[in-house]
Design a protein around this ligand. Structure first.
Ligand code: SF4
Length: 456
């Protein structure tokens, strides 16, 4: 089955899964309340978004300069930087690290980049015990599912679902009890692991630091206890200066979860120094390209590299709210995933995602770093058509449509005829569960002529 067929099948199933949609709605209505409160911290929200966008844009436009600056500054304090052009080379580098370290256990902290390269499956094959230490990721690990949402990985699971999944008794059916009990289970793994793997929210070029933002303290533990800390970060994560965090951290918190600021914000400058008591003996950053250069090549869609993975565009997207995260079958879902996946992974298998949008523009409006997401989706559609990727049937459909709408006589034909053609041409994409809209008995042109005659 092709990715497109899988997507249509899953989308149809999920769109009619009322229980799932109810859970998403509950989660998102809580988010919206918190988000509205969080926004009140910005005296001038438009300016804050402008500044966040500018910082990200400046970095993306000079990635070569800022990545080298980051590497030099990070290496100066004993850190090591490895450049990985694709997922395979990133995994090969990890293989080298693992062969030398021989860890029995690894602690991981929430990261989309590790999802992207299939790290968990890679480590499992080596019989290494892996513990996802972020609560949402831990839940998804137990469920053997990919994250549903970049910020709320288990958004589609209710408290009862989670308690059942984690084999907790009925008494523990509160979010707080589940979090406390799960924390107890996770904690021993921090000290038992000699390797901690995380992503990065930002790579700060001017001071050579890795910025990690989290709410549970798990990333802090997972980067301090193990002997070796490996960061896997996309090359687009770099920002020019530590001062940029002044706006990026509150923006990320408010658009991600509705907080004013996330509970733990760490800046990691390298491995433990000789006069320090905490931190890993070795710290390695793997800079991952994995298709990001394809995005960089595209003058319009390049803007998507500004993304700070706050998830806000998913939260307002009517498609995401209807089909959920897993129907996409990709690491990055929702509007941002629909823009980047066909370019970053491949257009042949994923070009259909650029059509998974109503083009309402809600994603563009909400994006705190001003990515014109719906325009980028249109640019993808245009590019894929120009590359000759439209199917013969699709071309025929649009050819017939164009012929019809440009012909006044045809447009003024009776509604019965027009309804017949519409239903014949668009029957399959419209689906069987929705009622087709009916043409009005008379066209606008006919009504106008009746009222005003032939006068223009
Ligand atoms: S595209 Fe914008 S709104 Fe969507 S996740 Fe990225 S930063 Fe957030």
């Amino acid at each position: 089955m092709s990715q497109q067929e899988r997507f249509f099948e899953e989308s149809e199933k999920k769109a009619f899964d009322k229980a799932m949609r109810q859970k998403i709605e509950t989660s998102l209505s809580n988010y919206q309340k918190n988000h509205a409160l969080g926004l009140t911290q910005f005296e001038n929200l438009a300016l804050a978004k402008e500044r966040a966008s500018y910082s990200r844009w400046r970095a993306i436009e000079s990635l070569d300069k800022f990545l080298l600056e980051f590497e030099n500054n990070f290496a100066r304090r004993g850190g090591k930087v490895i450049w990985a052009p694709d997922a395979e080379s990133a995994l090969q580098e990890l293989e080298n690290i693992i062969s030398a370290l021989k860890p029995d256990e690894v602690v991981m902290s929430k990261s989309m980049a590790t999802e992207e390269i299939g790290l968990a499956a890679f480590l499992e094959k080596k019989n290494i015990v892996i513990t996802e230490t972020d609560l949402g990721e831990y839940i998804q690990q137990q469920a053997k599912e990919k994250p549903f949402h970049p910020v709320v990985p288990a958004m589609h699971q209710s408290v009862d679902d989670i308690a059942a999944l984690l084999h907790m008794d009925a008494e523990n059916n509160t979010a707080e009890k589940i979090a406390a009990e799960t924390g107890e289970k996770i904690r021993p793994h921090f000290t038992a692991s000699s390797l901690g793997i995380t992503g990065a929210n930002f790579l700060v070029a001017d001071i050579g630091a890795v910025s990690i933002t989290e709410n549970e303290g798990n990333a802090r533990m997972g980067t301090s206890w193990p002997d070796v800390h490996v960061v896997i970060a996309g090359i687009e994560k770099v920002i020019p200066a530590v001062g940029d965090l002044e706006v990026l951290l509150p923006i990320l918190a408010t658009y991600g979860t509705g907080q004013r600021i996330t509970a733990y914000n760490s800046l990691l400058l390298g491995p433990r120094m000789s006069d320090e008591t905490d931190g890993p003996k070795e710290m390695i950053v793997i800079l991952l390209d994995n298709g990001r250069s394809n995005l960089l090549e595209k003058q319009e869609q390049r803007q998507a590299l500004k993304c700070i993975r706050c998830g806000a565009c998913l939260n307002v997207c009517p498609i995401f709210k209807t089909i959920g995260g897993q129907a996409y079958g990709t690491t990055y879902n929702g509007p941002i995933g629909a823009v980047i996946t066909p370019i970053q992974v491949n257009s042949k298998d994923y070009k259909h995602l650029s059509h998974a949008s109503t083009l309402c523009g809600a994603c563009t409006d909400v994006c705190p770093v001003q990515i014109p997401l719906h325009m980028n989706l249109l640019a993808n559609r245009r590019d894929f058509n120009e590359e000759g990727m439209a199917k013969g049937q699709e071309k025929m459909m649009w050819y017939a449509w164009k012929k019809g709408v440009l012909d006044r006589k045809k447009m003024n034909r009776g509604a019965g005829m027009k309804n017949f053609f519409l239903k014949t041409i668009f029957k399959k994409p419209w689906g069987e569960r929705r009622t087709f809209p009916e043409f009005a008995p008379k066209s606008f042109n006919e009504l106008w002529r009746e009222k005003h005659g032939d006068r223009k």
